[in-house]
Design a protein around this ligand. Structure first.
Ligand code: ADP
Ligand code: MG
Length: 598
């Protein structure tokens, strides 16, 4: 979270870098400043891709190379204007990233970083071998930039161009992150279950951040080519790919400002070490690499989040942080006109589960379950631990495909659909084991549920054209938060709520999807008596509004007073179904479940 004062300080810090070249500082400082700016742009892309999206890439230097070589070739061999070269470079890198991304982002665990090393190396060797790119000598005689006939070749002028480009990227990225597409991107790092259950297409968003990081790298390469006026393969090799990642990690890979801090620290330190180490050690060599290695290990040991959180932490002592995202106090214009699903008439059949089965290898977790839910009903799904209740939920919500059997929702077959499509049809859910982004506020987490209620594109978000829709989505999320009774925690980090409250947060998030059927997996677990009563009131109120609810619960008193009907499971099968009062007296159930408790 950042306060407005902190934001001002950050932009002041940035402005200082812009004033820098006007001061009578030595040219050498300007050169260093130019490189810091160029590296920061690449590191910023890595913050988005790795720190926020959770996709580690060692291959960014290759995209810098694509941007640099494209403009170098276009402007020297074809005589194109550098501005066309910028456009061409962005297209080439964007298309290459989308292609490479669509193949590699599906890889999980350490396979993705390995793949980035592979294509980083391939592109590097390609630059160094292609005849028309000048092989290892590269291309020279690249023209300098100019605008309206004004030559921008002086390093001091280029400094301004580079830092303005960085400022533009920074602004757009900060805008993007605090928006509907930005929340989808932030949800990626926690796996695909939760985002997909909110209707977020995780594969598309992964390819998007992959392409965006590549575009920033490409922009950096373009600036580099016209600053340096020559390119060769060496600066685009794997060692630079690793160094970019180091910069981001040192500064704080999860923090946008960490990219600049990391690039500044690493570049400044490197130039100092290159000057001093040979003097101290009395011989020349790349000793700074050794110092860097030690530094990285220390940071990984003692400051895993990088240095930025420390800087921000010191500042927070003087200025208590303010929420980064705030919902409007009153309903924004047009809020009442947002599309809402019409609820099916009370009593009509909405969910039909017939002979649904789920097998995990030899284990049959759900064994030919058959039951139905009618509109406006609150149905409880009960049974001892391991009975298969959560698995049944996953089948209905599309988190898992059924092994056999059929599930119909409002007349449409859904048992083989992805959760992303099922939520669109009107089934919202909470998870037994919560799926939240702990460092984001309650508001930001709940707003993830409103993903399908908005349409803004990443571009419109980056340029702040989405502000009206964003206000509507945030207002919607805030309403649901107040409704479930978490109003006082609106701006608290979700991870610092009690576990019971985190489950309630998930209900608010599910409500944002505007469901007809709400699936709640053990929502009352971990709640105190008063909170349980409030939850029961909320469910009754939802029912009164025509909502249908399927509820997994352990607390018998809670379900007895609240549900219209109970379905009891044991070892994956349905062993009883009926009114709560009947179930309470059912011999089989008592033996299997209630008996077990007594
Ligand atoms: P409940 O929610 O009723 O406590 P679950 O549906 O979580 O029960 O689990 C039912 C059975 O299926 C358990 O034996 C559990 O270990 C098993 N199970 C659940 N999910 C998986 C999975 N993804 N892979 C393998 N086994 C699973
Ligand atoms: Mg369960």
């Amino acid at each position: 979270m950042k306060s407005n004062t902190t934001k001002k300080l950050q932009w002041a810090f940035f402005a200082w870098f812009l004033i820098f070249p006007v001061l009578p500082v030595p040219n050498y400082w300007i050169t260093i400043g130019n490189y810091i700016g160029l590296y920061s742009i690449v590191a910023l892309g890595l913050v988005l891709l790795t720190g926020i999206g959770g996709l580690t890439s060692f291959g960014q230097a290759a995209f810098v190379g694509l941007g640099a070589y494209t403009t170098a070739y276009m402007s020297t061999a074809l005589g194109w204007s550098p501005w066309l070269g910028l456009f061409a470079g962005l297209v080439v890198s964007g298309v290459a990233a989308a292609l490479i991304g669509s193949i590699t982002v599906r890889l999980s665990g350490h396979f993705l970083p390995l793949a980035t090393i592979a294509w980083g190396l391939s592109l590097y060797y390609l630059f160094g071998t292609l005849e028309f790119l000048g092989k290892y000598d590269g291309l020279s005689g690249i023209p300098s930039l100019s605008v309206f006939g004004q030559d921008l070749s002086s390093p001091r002028v280029m400094y301004v161009v580079i830092w303005l480009s960085l400022g533009g990227c920074l602004w757009a990225l900060l805008n993007l992150l605090n928006s509907r597409p930005g929340r989808a991107i932030r949800a990626l790092a926690k796996g695909k279950t939760m985002p997909e259950a909110m209707g977020i297409n995780t594969a598309t968003y992964k390819i998007l951040i992959f392409a965006l990081a590549a575009l920033m790298a490409s922009l950096s390469g373009w600036l580099y080519a016209h600053l340096q006026r020559s390119v060769s393969a060496t600066p685009f090799g794997l060692h630079m790919g690793i160094e970019y990642l180091f910069m981001a990690v040192v500064g704080g890979v999860g923090h946008v400002w960490g990219a600049i801090l990391g690039a500044t620290m690493m570049t400044g330190l490197k130039s100092q070490l290159q000057d001093w180490l040979p003097l101290i050690l009395g011989s020349s060599g790349n000793f700074e690499i050794v110092v860097f290695g030690v530094l990285i290990v220390l940071i990984l040991l003692f400051a895993r989040d990088g240095l930025w959180p420390m800087v921000a932490g010191v500042w927070a002592n003087f200025h208590p942080p303010q929420p980064a995202v705030v919902a409007p106090e009153i309903a924004p214009e047009g809020f009442g006109d947002m599309p809402r699903r019409t609820k099916p008439s009370v009593g009509s059949l909405i969910l039909e589960v017939s002979e649904a089965r789920k097998q995990f290898g030899g284990l049959v977790a759900v064994k030919d379950m058959t039951f139905e839910i009618r509109a406006g009903e609150v149905v409880g799904l009960i049974g001892p631990n391991g009975a298969g209740k959560s698995t049944m939920f996953n089948l209905v919500s599309g988190v898992l495909p059924a092994s056999s059997g059929e599930i119909h929702f409002c007349g449409k077959r859904i048992d083989q659909l992805d959760s992303r499509h099922i939520v669109k049809m009107g089934i919202g859910r909470s998870f037994q084991h919560v799926h939240l982004i702990p460092h984001l506020s309650v508001l930001e987490n709940v707003a993830m549920g409103a993903h399908l209620r908005g349409h803004s594109s990443p571009l419109s978000a980056a340029l702040r054209w989405d502000r009206h829709e964003e206000a509507q989505l945030l207002f919607l999320a805030a309403e649901q938060i107040r409704r479930v009774g978490l109003g006082e925690y609106m701006h608290t980090a979700a991870g610092s709520l009690a576990l019971g409250q985190q489950r309630i947060l998930e209900i608010a998030r599910a409500l944002c999807t505007d469901p007809t059927l709400l699936l709640l997996d053990e929502p009352a677990a971990g709640l105190r008596l008063k909170e349980k009563e409030a939850l029961a009131d909320l469910i009754r109120q939802l029912k009164a509004e025509g909502m249908s609810v399927l509820l997994v619960e352990h607390d018998m008193d809670f379900v007895m007073g609240l549900t219209d009907r109970l379905v009891v499971m044991e070892f994956g099968s349905k062993i009883a179904e009926g009114l709560p009062a009947e179930i309470q007296k059912n011999e089989t159930v008592l033996a299997a479940y209630l008996g077990g408790i007594e």
